[in-house]
Ligand binder design. Structure first.
Ligand code: NAI
Length: 493
C-alpha cells in the first residue's frame, strides 16, 4: 500500500539528479520510503528548453499544489531572454514565505572557528516573497531605472511569527531582527515595528534588533551570540550565504521554504555545472534539507538517526572532494552516502549526538485548494487623506529652472510645490550646488496651509495639467494614514 504522505520530487539540473538520487538511496536504506512517497514532477532546464517560460509543466504545478510539499534539487536559471529563476518563482507563487536555514559547523569540516574551538550554531529566517524580489522594476528615463521595494505588514508578521514559533519549538532563547531602519525608515521601519509587535506575543523569548551592517560584523567576529536571526529578503539572501561561509560553505547549507499551505525543501547551492556528471558532488546540503523535510512530516526519529550517522561519518573523515582533511580519500557521491548508511545506528563521539525521539507515523495534511487568492491583512481599516503628490519629471533643466516652470502650474489647486529632489536629495528650495543631478527629478506638491483635498481628484487634475508641459516618468499620491505621514522626507527636507 502506498504511504499516505505524498511529496512532489523535482531532481533538478546539473548535479541535482546525482545528489537527490543519493539522498533518496539513503532514505530507502533508513526505511523512510515506507512512510512517505515521492511523486516525480517535471521542472527545470528541460521544461524551459521546450519553450515553457515558467520552467514547470501544468502537471507539475497540480502535483505540488495537491501534495503541499516539494523536495527539489537545484535548478538552472536561464541566462538572458527574460527567463525568471524557477526557484524564486516557486517560492513566491506558492507563498513559501519563510526561508529557514540552520547554520552550524560539523566535525570533519574545519573552519577558523572550529580551529579556535568556537562552535557555531544558529538559525536564519529570511522573508522570501517581498522586498526587491517582487521584481517590480522599470526604466524611468534614459539614465535612471527603478526597483520598487515592497514590504507589507502582514508579510512581515508572518515571517516574524514563524521565526518566534520556530525558536520556541527548538528551545532557543533569543530572536534578533536585522534591518536598516535608520535609513529606510518606512520599509525596514515597518519590518522592525512588526517584529517588536510580534515579539510581545512571545515573552519567554528575548527579542533584540541590530542594524544590518553591524549584524554582519558581529556575525563574523562573534557568531556565537546569535540563536535566531530574522531578515528581509535581500538582506537575508546576503546574510544567509555569509552565514554558510562561516561553517564551511554552500556544501553544508540546507534550507526549508515554509509556507502556510505549501513548503519547499532544497539545498542552498546551485547546479554546480563545473562538476556535473562526474559523480563527485557533495550531497550533504540536499540531505540536510531532506532531514528538514522529514521533521516537517513528523519523521523526527528517522531524521535524528540519519543525522547521527552523517555526523559520525564526517567526524571519521568521510568526505567528498570539496571539503575535509586531505589525509582521507575524497569519495564519489554515492560512496559517501553508502558510508553514511553503514553508520546508521551509530552516534557521534566528538559532539553531542542529536537526541532520537520516539518513532511516530508520518503525517501531513495536504492543502485544500483555496476558492480564490487568500488575502492576508494586519491593519483592518485606517482613515486616509490626501496630503499631496510626488511627480517624477524627466528633464535636463537645473533645479531653479525647473522650480520656476513647475511652481506656477499649481496655481488654483490646493497644492503648492514644496520641494525638488534628485536621487532622494533635496536640491530646491534649499540644497547644495555640489549635489550632482541626473535627468530625473522628484517634484513634491503638498497641501497649501489650511487647504484640504476631499478626495484624490484635485491631485490627479494637477498631474494632468503638469502632463501638458512636462515628461512625467512616474508619480505617487502622498497620503496620511490615521493622521500619520505616509511618505518619507527627502534628505535635507
Ligand atoms: P553553484 O552553487 O552551482 O556553484 C558554486 C561553486 O560551488 C561551484 O564551484 C560548484 O562546483 C561548487 N558547488 C556547489 N554545490 C556543490 C556541491 N554540492 N558539491 C560540491 N561543490 C559544489 O553556483 P553558480 O555556479 O553561481 O550557479 C549555477 C546555476 O545554479 C545557475 O544557473 C544558478 O542560477 C543556479 N542556482 C540555483 C539555485 C537553486 O536551485 N536553489 C541556487 C543557486 C544557484
Amino acid at each position: 500500500m502506498r504511504p499516505q504522505v505524498q511529496i512532489a520530487l523535482a531532481r533538478g539540473d546539473g548535479i541535482g539528479p546525482e545528489i537527490v538520487d543519493a539522498t533518496l538511496e539513503l532514505f530507502r536504506i533508513a526505511g523512510v520510503l515506507e512512510q512517505i512517497h515521492f511523486v516525480p514532477v517535471e521542472m527545470g532546464r528541460g521544461v524551459f528548453e521546450r519553450g515553457n517560460s515558467r520552467g514547470m509543466t501544468d502537471e507539475a504545478i497540480r502535483t505540488v499544489e495537491s501534495c503541499g510539499l516539494l523536495f527539489k534539487g537545484p535548478m538552472e536559471t536561464p541566462k538572458g531572454g527574460g527567463g525568471k529563476s524557477i526557484n524564486v518563482t516557486a517560492r513566491k507563487m506558492w507563498g513559501a514565505f519563510a526561508n529557514l536555514r540552520h547554520v552550524r559547523n560539523f566535525p570533519g569540516v574545519p573552519t577558523v572557528y572550529t580551529k579556535a574551538g568556537l562552535p557555531v550554531n544558529f538559525y536564519v529566517v529570511r522573508e522570501n516573497v517581498e522586498d526587491t524580489y517582487g521584481g517590480v522594476e522599470q526604466r524611468l528615463t534614459p539614465d535612471v531605472v527603478e526597483c520598487k521595494r515592497l514590504i507589507s505588514a502582514p508579510g512581515s508578521d508572518q515571517v516574524h511569527r514563524f521565526a518566534f514559533e520556530t525558536a520556541r519549538r527548538i528551545g532557543l532563547r533569543s530572536v534578533t531582527c536585522g534591518h536598516k531602519a535608520n535609513i529606510m525608515k518606512m520599509t525596514d521601519g515597518l519590518f522592525l515595528d512588526r517584529f517588536r509587535s510580534v515579539a510581545r506575543e512571545y515573552p519567554d523569548l528575548a527579542a533584540g534588533d541590530m542594524i544590518i551592517d553591524a549584524l554582519c560584523m558581529n556575525l563574523v567576529i562573534r557568531p556565537q551570540q546569535f540563536e535566531m536571526i530574522v531578515l528581509t529578503n535581500l538582506q537575508g539572501d546576503i546574510v544567509s550565504d555569509l552565514a554558510a561561509g562561516l561553517v564551511g560553505g554552500l556544501g553544508f547549507a540546507p534550507s526549508a521554504n515554509v509556507g502556510r499551505l505549501i513548503s519547499i525543501f532544497e539545498a542552498v547551492h546551485g547546479t554546480a555545472p563545473d562538476i556535473m556528471g562526474k559523480g563527485i558532488a557533495n550531497p550533504t546540503a540536499v540531505l540536510l534539507s531532506g532531514l528538514m523535510l522529514l521533521r516537517h512530516v513528523g519523521l523526527a526519529h528517522q531524521a535524528a538517526q540519519i543525522e547521527n550517522a552523517l555526523v559520525s561519518a564526517l567526524e571519521q573523515g568521510v568526505r567528498t572532494g570539496d571539503f575535509g582533511d586531505r589525509a582521507h580519500p575524497a569519495l564519489p557521491t554515492i560512496e559517501f552516502v553508502r558510508q553514511v548508511a553503514d553508520r546508521l545506528g551509530e552516534s557521534p563521539k566528538t559532539v553531542p549526538p542529536c537526541p532520537v525521539p520516539e518513532q511516530a507515523r508520518a503525517s501531513f495534511t495536504p492543502p485544500a485548494k483555496p476558492g480564490d487568492n487568500p488575502r492576508i491583512s494586519t491593519f483592518a481599516s485606517m482613515k486616509t487623506e490626501i496630503a499631496g503628490l510626488d511627480v517624477y519629471v524627466e528633464t535636463d533643466m537645473t533645479p531653479a529652472e525647473l522650480a520656476a516652470r513647475l511652481g506656477p502650474r499649481a496655481e488654483g489647486s490646493p497644492f503648492r510645490l514644496s520641494m525638488l529632489s534628485s536621487r532622494g536629495t533635496q536640491v530646491w528650495p534649499t540644497g547644495s550646488v555640489f549635489t550632482e543631478v541626473v535627468d530625473y527629478y522628484r517634484a513634491r506638491f503638498e497641501l497649501r496651509p489650511g487647504a484640504t483635498a476631499a478626495d484624490q481628484a484635485p491631485a490627479l487634475a494637477l498631474l494632468s495639467r503638469l502632463g501638458e508641459s512636462f515628461t512625467i516618468a512616474s508619480y505617487g499620491l502622498l497620503r496620511n494614514f490615521d493622521g500619520q505621514r505616509g511618505y518619507s522626507l527627502a534628505q535635507g527636507q
